[in-house]
Design a protein around this ligand. Structure first.
Ligand code: PLP
Length: 374
């Protein structure tokens, strides 16, 4: 059995989510915007899903906006808040996913640095914050190294230095592992994406707290309180809600079990493969992330050998896999280029087993040794 250790790229769907969505792909096919019974059935399903998602992310149902992906939720947050901020500048952390980073760049914004441990540098952040800043975006956990950011401290700083700024957090990677309802509570906008925690691809949500100024980026039929036009992906939304519920129900136990597997994997590889370093501070990371770098090895070649040995892994974020330059996250953390290019992300998920870890513990040292011999 191959070992799927790329859960930060995407996760297999939870059975609860598959089961929940099936009726909406067959009999219950209504468009929730209609006025008849078939439409009302779909509308009811969406509103029930909204309640579940709201409870899972610590929001009121009326604050949840369903979107077509995590990327879209992030774009709506950054571009929609900038548009509403009346000339206010946008600032994001240097390690944001491209969904936030590129949206910030498109809006002419700035980035704030992180330290070598991957944690936002609050002193440097303070320097770029002033009354001209209208939007700040700092992710709850990053998709490469998995560092959990001290969001409450960031929010306190933003409220003090840029009191009118809207604060967005990308909780796309965090949701599977941390209590987003509690940790993202001080943020005005919170993005999640279904396929990162056992839901389907192509559906996400943005929490827009009451009173937050936001303009739509997609115009049309006025769905989602006119913040996201487009016919609802009813099956996807229902499945997203089922995945939220299953994640919240099992998260505490999953974190303990998967965290122990991750520690065994990371410690095992650090002990058996010479010249290996761990990226970031493990105590501050989400439970599923194991990020290592090997001296004298190129990630792309390593990924190929691992794939051949039945281990699915990644060298950085899935969206940039194949690029040969060092990832912007590792560059921002000051990881030397040679180490960054020899990095490996093994991301565990709720379906990861001890056998998967055993396979990786055998395959990674063998692949690294082979590349070093070549
Ligand atoms: N934000 C983060 C932190 C991610 O890891 C990802 C996906 O890799 C996204 C946003 C984009 O989400 P989606 O794949 O749903 O567009």
């Amino acid at each position: 059995m191959p070992a799927y250790l790329d859960n930060a790229a995407t996760t297999p769907m939870r059975p609860e989510a598959v089961e929940a969505m099936l009726p909406f792909l067959t009999d219950r096919f209504g468009n929730p915007s209609g006025a008849h019974a078939t439409a009302r059935d779909a509308k009811k399903a969406i509103e029930e899903a909204r309640e579940v998602v709201a409870a899972g992310v610590g929001a009121r149902p009326g604050e949840v906006v369903f979107t077509g992906s995590g990327t879209e939720a992030d774009n709506l947050a950054v571009l929609g808040a900038v548009a509403a901020a009346d000339g206010g500048r946008v600032v994001c952390s240097a390690i944001e996913h491209h969904a936030v980073l590129h949206a910030t760049r498109a809006a002419g914004g700035l980035t704030a640095p992180v330290g070598g441990d991957g944690v936002i540098d609050l002193d440097a952040m303070a320097e770029v914050l002033d009354h001209n800043v209208g939007v700040v975006s700092v992710m709850l956990a990053d998709n490469e190294v998995g560092t959990i950011q001290p969001l409450a401290d960031v929010v306190a700083l933003v409220r003090e230095r840029a009191p009118d700024a809207v604060l967005h957090t990308d909780a796309v990677q965090a949701f599977a592992w941390v209590d987003v309802a509690a940790l993202a509570a001080p943020a005005d906008l919170v993005a999640i994406s279904g396929h990162k925690f056992g839901g389907p691809k192509g559906v996400g949500a943005l929490v827009v707290r009451e009173g937050t100024a936001l303009r739509p980026i997609i115009h049309g039929g006025g769905q989602e309180r006119d913040l996201r036009s487009g016919t609802h992906n009813v099956a996807g939304i229902v499945a997203l809600a089922a995945a939220v519920q299953a994640t919240v129900d099992h998260r505490a136990a999953d974190v303990v079990r998967v965290g122990a597997l991750r520690d065994r994997l990371a410690d095992g590889l650090l002990a058996t493969v010479p010249d290996t370093t761990e990226t970031g501070d493990r105590r501050r990371k989400i439970a599923g992330n194991c990020h290592l770098s090997f001296g004298g090895v190129e990630s792309e070649a390593l990924l190929l050998l691992l794939d051949g040995a039945g281990v699915a892994a990644s060298a950085g974020s899935a969206c940039t896999s194949g690029a040969i330059e060092a990832s912007h996250v590792l560059v921002a953390m000051g990881v030397p280029a040679e180490r960054a290019l020899g990095s490996l992300r093994l991301s565990l998920g709720v379906t990861t087993t001890a056998a998967d870890v055993d396979l990786a513990l055998a395959a990674v040292p063998a692949a690294v040794a082979r590349l070093r011999e070549a």
